[in-house]
Design a protein around this ligand. Structure first.
Ligand code: ZN
Length: 298
C-alpha cells in the first residue's frame, strides 16, 4: 500500500523508509508515518488470525500467582507504581473498577489486597479461564463479552494495551462508553517516538543496520501497531469526551537493562550508562519514553 490514513488523526500516512521492514509468519510489515501528527504505524495491520497467534496464552501471558509487592514498588519494565496510578482517583474503593488487558492479573491481586475491587478483561479465552479459577473474587471476561455487556465502571485502567490496538480510535471509544459519567480512565503506555536517549538508541541501531544494508529486515511478532510521541498521544486523547487531569512522561530503559545489576555484558553496561546519563541530564518534562494519563469522563 502506498498511502493510507493515520490511526490517530485520520490524515494520510506515507512510507517511513528509515526503518527496516519486519517479517513475521510470511508477512512483510512496513512502517508508515502520518503526514500531520507524525504517528508511526505498521502496514498491514495484523489480521485477526495473526493476532490470535501472537496472543496465544502459552506464548504471551503466562498466568501464575506471582509474588505480590508493595504498591510503591516499580515493576520491571514499568515506570509508574500502582500507587501512582490510583492516587487522586475519588471513591476507587467503591468500584466497580476494571483492568482492561489485565495480563496475569497481578494488578488486580495487588488491588484486592488493599480492598480495591477490580474486574479484568483479556484477549484470550484460555487466559480468562485460568484467571477466573485463580482469582475467584474478581470477574473476568473476554473483550467480546465485555463489549456485549451493558455494565459500566467507575474506573477503567489500561497498562501497555493501547499500542496493541488495531483501531485505537474505535477501540478506546468503545471502552470509554463503558465508563460511568464522572468516572476515570487510567492509561500507561510507551511513547516510542518521543525524545529519549533510550528511544534514540533503539531506533538508531535499526536505522543504522538499514543504512549499512538496504535489504536488512527484522523478524519479531508485530504486537505494537502504533509508535507515538508525547504530542500526538496527548492530542489523540483530546479527541474523546475526557477532562485530562494528569499526563506525565518518564523514562524507562526497556528493552535495555533497567538496573546496573541486570547488565550481563560490556555492551549492556555501556547502554545502561548511556540511558542513565540521558535520564539524569534531561532538561525537559517532556523527555521520556512512557506516559501516564488520568482523565475524567465528561
Ligand atoms: Zn496522524
Amino acid at each position: 500500500m502506498s498511502s493510507f490514513n493515520c490511526l490517530f488523526c485520520n490524515q494520510s500516512a506515507s512510507l517511513y523508509s528509515k526503518l527496516p521492514p519486519n517479517q513475521f509468519e510470511g508477512v512483510t510489515f512496513h512502517y508508515y508515518q502520518c503526514t500531520k501528527c507524525k504517528l508511526i504505524q505498521i502496514d498491514p495491520i495484523p489480521s485477526p488470525e495473526l493476532l490470535s497467534k501472537m496472543y496465544h496464552s502459552e506464548s504471551y501471558h503466562e498466568v501464575e500467582l506471582a509474588e505480590i509487592l508493595p504498591l510503591d514498588y516499580v515493576l520491571p519494565g514499568l515506570r509508574f507504581t500502582y500507587q501512582k496510578q490510583i492516587t487522586e482517583i475519588p471513591n476507587i474503593t467503591q468500584g466497580p473498577n476494571l483492568d482492561f488487558g489485565c495480563g496475569d492479573g497481578h494488578f488486580i491481586r495487588s488491588m484486592a489486597q488493599h480492598q480495591i475491587p477490580f474486574d479484568g478483561v483479556e484477549f484470550n479465552p484460555e487466559t480468562i479461564e485460568k484467571l477466573a479459577s485463580l482469582l475467584p473474587s474478581s470477574n473476568f471476561s473476554t473483550v467480546a463479552d465485555f463489549l456485549a455487556n451493558p455494565k459500566t465502571y467507575r474506573v477503567i485502567r489500561m497498562s501497555n494495551v493501547l499500542e496493541h490496538f488495531t483501531n485505537p480510535k474505535k477501540e478506546l471509544g468503545a471502552i470509554i462508553d463503558k465508563l460511568e459519567s464522572g468516572g476515570y480512565l487510567v492509561i500507561e503506555g510507551p511513547i516510542e517516538m518521543n525524545w529519549s536517549w533510550t528511544n534514540w538508541l533503539k531506533w538508531g541501531y535499526l536505522k543504522l543496520r538499514k543504512k549499512l544494508r538496504s535489504s536488512y529486515s527484522t523478524s519479531h511478532a508485530p504486537t505494537h501497531t502504533i509508535y507515538s510521541n508525547r504530542q500526538n498521544q496527548l492530542d489523540f486523547f483530546r479527541q474523546f469526551p475526557l477532562e485530562i487531569t494528569t499526563f506525565e512522561v518518564r523514562e524507562g530503559f526497556w528493552p535495555f537493562a533497567e538496573k546496573w545489576k541486570d547488565c550481563k555484558s560490556i555492551r549492556s553496561i555501556l547502554i545502561y550508562f548511556f540511558c542513565s546519563l540521558g535520564k539524569r541530564t534531561m532538561l525537559s518534562k517532556n523527555y521520556g519514553n512512557v506516559f501516564l494519563l488520568k482523565a475524567k469522563k465528561l
